[in-house]
Design a protein around this ligand. Structure first.
Ligand code: ATP
Ligand code: MG
Ligand code: MG
Length: 406
């Protein structure tokens, strides 16, 4: 693997002319987790050079990246130095130093999506305010600063009440449910207290959770991927079914809300729009991620253009690719850590062993250095000629036989 110093990288990337020779482009990605890793995989097909900024020497993207600068995406000096090595800067995580991105944009550094978008999205309360101003349907929400405010919100919205921290949330860490007024105190404490910055959402009585990946090119062209159903286990995405099995009208409405939500944000790239479908057929927005997303992993095997390739095409200014499915149905199953350490690896490898014998199944293992309970360690995508067939294949993969059930 070639290692270039910062001077060499910047010398091939700083160019005001339109982007054509893709192999000369250096895309800098803030973060080197599994999303960064899959961006590197897609980039290799087109000879796009992806460099990453991540503090962990053996982060999932490191071995596949063109270059890895070790440092934090939340550290201003590191982000500035990293930006000098890149032709275009993007993110695989929204919890980055956005003030530095804004300064870099002022200096002419190309960031996609725009820093303004990341600023809105990294604070979930600001995000809700933004989308409600753009008439996007949402669960009702309210900022809370103290118990008096929390009780008022409970009186207004009823229970269960969803309490969320505004910042640094992922995989449900940052959410706590109060089932009654008596539980407000323990829920707030579990989130680290009011000082952390909290708000509440009215409980969304959803029948399904849906998601839409929306891609926007640098020319502002927008394309939407098929609507998927996401199934969460303890607040963590667990299974994704594509396409979602919902009436045509619901698919249209979900796509419309997702399109409008992304249209209100600035910059190129793929965006994931998480949605609730309520019993009475309403679509409410949960949140938006300004990057590739777990609900789009299946696109690697099931769509003509994966979300990762699409993100790269978008940020470097290439034409967007076809987001439609090339297979009738797909299911993505997340490999979540079931146990710490060796036992966890053993259980995951048992499942991978079975997946390798399932027709239409592809295994993705992120090579994370440590196994932890509930950590996303990898995923398996199964494609097939109908949803019934891929569901049956998933069930047979999950069924343990007597030889590996201990
Ligand atoms: P992610 O990993 O997607 O970034 P997160 O930590 O940002 O997750 P949310 O997306 O806010 O968390 O919520 C996680 C899950 O909690 C949702 O997918 C949904 O299942 C549930 N949830 C969130 N908000 C509500 C709500 N207002 N009413 C009911 N359930 C909710
Ligand atoms: Mg989130
Ligand atoms: Mg979410």
């Amino acid at each position: 693997r070639a290692k270039l110093d910062s001077h060499e990288i910047s010398s091939v990337s700083k160019d005001d002319s339109p982007v054509h020779g893709v192999s000369e482009i250096v895309v800098g990605v803030l973060g080197g987790g599994q999303l960064g890793r899959m961006l590197c995989q897609a980039a290799s097909k087109m000879a796009i050079k992806v460099v990453i900024l991540d503090p962990l020497e053996n982060c999932p993207a490191s071995a596949l990246s063109y270059d890895h600068m070790i440092g934090s995406f939340d550290d201003s000096a590191a982000v500035q130095e990293f930006a000098m090595r890149c032709g275009v800067l993007t993110v695989e995580i929204e919890h980055v130093d956005v003030a530095t991105l804004e300064e870099l944009e002022q200096q002419g550094v190309d960031c996609h999506p725009k820093a303004s978008t990341i600023r809105i999205i990294q604070d979930k309360y600001l995000q809700k305010v933004h989308f409600s101003r753009h008439d996007i349907p949402l669960p009702e929400f309210m900022e809370i600063d103290d118990f008096e405010g929390a009780r008022r919100a409970g009186d207004l919205f009823g229970y269960p009440l969803m309490i969320k921290s505004k910042r640094l949330a992922y995989d449900g860490r940052g959410n706590a449910v109060a089932k009654s007024e008596e539980e407000l105190s323990s829920a707030v404490t579990a989130l680290g207290g009011f000082g952390r910055g909290l708000y509440v959402e009215k409980w969304a009585p959803f029948v399904k959770e849906l998601a839409v990946i929306v891609a926007r090119g640098r020319d502002n062209s927008i394309l939407c991927y098929p609507v998927v159903e996401t199934i969460h286990k303890e607040n963590i995405c667990h299974i994704v079914k594509s396409p979602a099995v919902v009436p045509w009208k619901i698919r249209k409405l979900a796509t419309d809300v997702a399109y409008r939500a992304v249209s209100s944000l600035e910059g190129a790239g793929v965006f994931a729009v998480e949605l609730f479908l309520t019993e009475d057929g309403q679509i409410l927005l949960n949140e938006v991620a300004p990057r590739p997303h777990n609900s789009g992993h299946h696109t690697i095997e099931s769509c003509y253009t994966s979300q990762y390739e699409q993100h790269l095409r978008a940020v470097v200014g290439l034409p967007l690719g076809d987001p439609s499915m090339k297979t009738p149905a797909a299911i993505m199953y997340n490999l979540l850590g079931e146990d710490e350490g060796d036992r966890g690896f053993y259980l995951a490898h048992q499942l991978i062993g079975r997946a390798l014998g399932i027709p239409g199944a592809t295994v993705h293992w992120y090579d994370k250095p440590k196994m932890r309970k509930q950590r996303k360690m990898g995923h398996i995508t199964i494609v097939g000629s109908s949803m019934g067939i891929v569901e049956a294949r998933l069930n047979s993969m999950l069924k343990e036989d007597s030889s590996d059930s201990q």
